[in-house]
Design a protein around this ligand. Structure first.
Ligand code: NDP
Ligand code: 1BO
Length: 317
């Protein structure tokens, strides 16, 4: 399995399991099936509201002796209602308690967007807190404290622009080691990719298959389908692979981590087996031409009903 190497020598399996939208009642089996197949990296988040069930799956898997804690890479994310410095460690401790773990491998600031502490999903402008009121560096000091306390081995961010990364790096004592962002052939983020490569920040590709099970309120009309893209379809046919496998292996061959979500045992195996598909330089070049800066998760949901956030100040583009 391809690995991403961190500055201290720790290695993160490039291929992992996404768990957003995997409901309690589904995610226990999905995580157990995945680990039986060979998955060693699970992507979690407090806001997925399923960490307690993932914790049960991990506990039972460890008890069976299938894998040891140190064999797995577990990521989780700080939700936007705990951005005050003093809220970070309690939020991480809740995640650890739900996951029944002593430590995370990686803890990420989920979005560069803040809400009031009692808000899970903002409805009106007054539910939000601006980044002027709680600057990212304040949240980051809490992340640095959680690293110092040994509650996580690495810290990073998610959905950050190059501009926000630069501002954070300028003030951070401990640099972010990861930016988890939407990445797939229609959104290749080449400037971000080059910046992160140069600054030794790893990238994780989320929604690598186009996130088709998102709630309709998060979908745009006439979304393109990665699965029906003729270039991907034809490369898949050439390799006797599936389109999902080509999408996953494209991310791995780019040197990023990739975390496709599935709760279906056949698709979990299919996605895992993507790692044996080898794309040629010319396949990578053809896919490289598909970029159209198309976001499936475009962030519009954070910008309505009087929110102080806009697409321009979220993505800085
Ligand atoms: P994905 O792009 O992984 O797509 C998931 C969808 O694809 C589901 O409907 C799944 O269905 C289906 N699917 C999975 N495998 C296959 C296959 N081989 N063939 C056909 N369909 C397939 O979407 P996500 O948005 O879930 O992204 C992946 C993960 O990234 C998330 O689960 C989460 O962990 C992370 N993420 C992080 C974000 C962030 O803000 N940091 C934002 C978005 C995602 P089924 O389950 O039935 O197989
Ligand atoms: C609001 C979507 C979060 C997925 O990680």
């Amino acid at each position: 399995m391809q690995k991403l190497i961190f500055a201290n020598g720790d290695t993160m399996p490039a291929f992992g399991l996404g768990t957003w939208k995997s409901k309690p009642g589904e995610v226990y089996t999905a995580v157990r099936d995945a680990i039986k197949i060979g998955y060693l990296h699970i992507d979690c988040a407090a806001i997925y509201l399923n960490e307690a069930e993932i914790g049960n799956a991990l506990k039972d898997t460890f008890a069976e002796g299938l894998v040891k804690r140190e064999d797995l890479w577990i990521t989780s994310k700080l939700w936007s209602n705990a951005h005050k410095k003093e809220e970070v460690i309690p939020a991480l401790k809740k995640t650890l308690s739900d996951l029944q773990l002593e430590y995370l491998d990686l803890y990420l600031v989920h979005w560069p967007i803040a809400f009031k502490s009692d808000i899970l999903a903002p409805r009106t402008g007054s539910d939000y807190i601006t980044l002027e009121q709680i600057p990212i560096i304040e949240t980051w000091r809490g992340m640095e404290d959680s690293l110092k306390a040994g509650l996580t081995k690495h810290i990073g961010v998610s959905n950050f622009s190059v501009k926000k990364l630069k501002e954070l790096i300028a003030l951070a004592f401990d640099k972010p080691e990861m930016n988890q962002i939407e990445l797939h052939p229609l959104l290749q983020q080449k400037e971000m990719y080059a910046f992160c490569k140069n600054d030794n920040i790893h990238l994780t590709a989320y929604s690598p298959l186009g996130s088709k099970d998102r709630h309709p309120s998060l979908k745009s009309a006439d979304e393109p389908s990665l699965f029906e893209n003729p270039v991907i379809v034809s490369i898949a046919a050439k390799h006797k692979a599936t389109t999902a496998q080509v999408l996953i292996q494209w991310a791995i061959q780019r040197g990023t981590a990739v975390i496709p979500k599935s709760i279906n045992p056949e698709r979990l195996k299919e996605n895992y087996d993507a790692q044996v598909v080898k794309l040629t330089d010319s396949d990578m070049e053809e896919i490289g031409k598909l970029d159209r800066h198309y976001r499936f998760l475009n962030g519009e949901n954070w910008t309505t009903n009087g929110s102080p956030y806009t697409l321009a100040n979220l993505w800085d583009e």
